[in-house]
Write a protein that binds this ligand. Structure first.
Ligand code: ADP
Length: 410
């Protein structure tokens, strides 16, 4: 079997969903992708997307196993199952244990489990997905790609909170950062697109989606990022507030008598663009409403942009030199008006917007959106599944070579 034609299955297992993508090694566009939803609930479904076809079917059971079986049946139907050489699993939290993607072993599973207290909503379903997939396909390599891993290169000055040291030592409270797979991929793309030296560059990547974070990348390594111990810190997001004075939250808890869970729910689900606009968490909808004079939408977008520009400016100070600001994610790749408003505020950094190029870079068209001067501004389409597939293929290949060399020695 040639490696060119082998297939990688990428799984992103959530508490009630299983996202999947099948990549041919070397091909950025997934052959097949989709989502199983309502796992653990009534009427679970699975949707397959292939080229321009999309089909949704009922699942026979509301379990991750049923969802994976449906994916494997679809691979069999295409005659692709024999070409499947490895599975890549997206895992949110790797704590301080993982600084890179890794082939899954019993020890790795135990280590991911030991990080579960840091991401109690995300790591357990990822582990479930890993267990189910290993049970069904025990003979091929499984690889874990962790959202936090890329940020493990941050220096202590960037990841430490100025809390008493025992808070870090005894409870692991520090900044970990998220969206690492996207930031890593987008940084690599930007270096290529701008023809920068892979060993000598400085970028600020703004990943703006429902969740948003920005990262300072120096010479291919994360040196600072806006998300912290949890994804609540930093930029304004769809339903999360980003930075808030912790004193304001203590005050609010005292005034309202809310439980921790009630505060948690508000911070994760009712804040950000939704909370400010009292209209929507969806940036596109807010853009339309703002154009029609909706005050809440205008305020929400204004706060979003102000915070974003302030953080990009701050992150630039964590770099030796700023070569480019890079926009990605649903908002970063599509919302030309948000990019324009942000770059106008970044004038003190010397970035000059090319307004026409900015209007062209929407709907999946990447490119330079600044005039020729440095620092540049750039739009890059993120592709986390593809990055996971690449890591998985590389680690599976390295593992196979190791096995072969062991056989030679034996
Ligand atoms: P997720 O973080 O869930 O992966 P995405 O990266 O898909 O989310 O980003 C979703 C966000 O992108 C939403 O706020 C959506 O409104 C915004 N978005 C998508 N297309 C556009 C557009 N054309 N203009 C403005 N915002 C857009």
């Amino acid at each position: 079997m040639s490696t060119e034609t082998s297939l990688i299955l990428v799984l992103n297992s959530g508490s009630s969903s299983l996202k999947f993508a099948v990549h041919e090694t070397g091909a950025r566009t997934a052959l097949l992708s989709g989502l199983a939803e309502r796992l653990g609930a009534a009427q679970p479904t699975i949707t397959f997307k292939e080229a321009d076809r999309k089909a949704t079917h009922a699942l026979p059971a509301a379990t991750h196993t049923a969802a994976l079986d449906a994916v494997l049946a679809e691979l069999t139907r295409h005659g692709w199952l024999d070409r499947l050489t490895a599975i890549g699993h997206r895992v949110v939290h790797g704590g301080e244990r993982f600084a890179a993607s890794v082939v899954i072993t019993p020890q790795v599973i135990a280590d991911i489990e030991s990080c579960s207290h840091l991401a109690p909503l995300h790591n357990p379903p990822a582990l479930l997905g890993i267990r189910v997939a290993i049970e069904r396909l025990p003979t091929i390599p499984h690889v874990a790609v962790l959202d936090t891993a890329f940020h493990q290169t941050m220096p202590p000055r960037a990841y430490m909170y100025a809390l008493p040291m025992w808070v870090y030592r005894d409870h692991g409270v520090r900044r970990y950062g998220f969206h690492g797979t996207s930031h890593r991929f987008v940084a690599q793309e930007a270096v290529q697109m701008l023809d920068l030296d892979p060993a000598d560059h400085g970028l600020v990547i703004a990943h703006l989606g429902n969740g948003s974070s920005a990262t300072a990348v120096q010479d291919g390594r994360s040196v600072d990022t806006t998300m912290g111990m949890t994804p609540l810190e930093g930029l304004v997001m769809g339903t999360r507030p980003g930075d808030v004075d912790p004193g304001a939250l203590i005050y609010l808890m005292r005034r309202t008598g809310w439980t921790v869970d009630e505060m948690d729910a508000m911070l994760n689900k009712q804040c950000g663009l939704l909370g400010l606009s009292e209209l929507s968490n969806d940036c596109r909808e807010l853009g339309n409403a703002a154009a029609e004079g909706h005050e809440g939408a205008n305020l929400a977008l204004d706060v979003f942009v102000h915070r974003l520009a302030r953080h990009i400016g701050g992150l630039a100070m964590s770099l030796r030199r700023l070569d480019a600001v890079v926009f990605t994610g649903g908002i970063g790749e599509n919302a030309a008006r948000i990019r324009e408003m942000t770059l106008q505020r970044l004038a003190p950094l010397g970035i000059e917007l090319d307004a026409e190029a900015n209007r062209r870079c929407v709907g999946g068209t990447p490119g330079l959106i600044s005039t020729g001067n440095k620092p540049a501004a750039l739009v890059v389409n993120t592709n986390e599944e593809w990055m996971i597939a690449c890591d998985t293929a590389a680690l599976a290949r390295a593992g196979a070579e190791e096995q072969d060399s062991l056989k030679e020695i034996a």
